[in-house]
Structures are given as C-alpha cells and as structure tokens.
Design a protein around this ligand. Structure first.
Ligand SMILES: [Zn+2]
Length: 79
C-alpha cells in the first residue's frame, strides 16, 4: 500500500510499534502494536480493529508486561 501523504513516494510497511497515550493524566505505553508505517515520512496507520482494541483497553484492569521510565526535558518554549 502506498503512503497516504501527498507527494510521499513511500510504500507502507507492516511493523510493530510502540504507542503512547494519556489516560487519566498518566502516560500509558502499549508495545508490539501492529501498524503500517511509511519508512520515508513516518506516517503511521492503525487498523480499525487495532483502534477498537485500543479504545476498549483499560489500563486499570490490565496486567502490565513492563515498566517504562517517564522523563521531562527542561526546554524553553520556542517563541
Ligand atoms: Zn510517507
């Protein structure tokens, strides 16, 4: 499948990605998520079925498979 980004000649590749989102103010990390990724521009597409599972996923009741350190960089905002 060709990349959906206009002007990008990339061909989407099936990969396993790490997806991060925030639930209840806390960062949640999901690894090994199947996705299509453009190797040129990095555009990522998740399957509808994967999106559904993510939507239904409840980090409060699921058993974590690992821990990830959380950092904050001290950066001055670009004005
Ligand atoms: Zn692309």
């Amino acid at each position: 499948m060709k990349c959906l980004v206009q002007g990008c000649p990339g061909e989407m590749e099936a990969r396993r990605i790490i997806h991060t989102f925030v639930r209840g103010g806390k960062p949640i990390v999901v690894q090994d998520l199947p996705a299509l990724v453009c190797p040129i521009c990095g555009y990522t597409v998740l399957d509808l079925q994967v999106l559904d599972s993510l939507f239904l996923f409840d980090p409060e009741t699921a058993e974590p498979v690992g821990q990830a350190p959380v950092f904050r960089l001290s950066l001055t905002p670009v004005t």
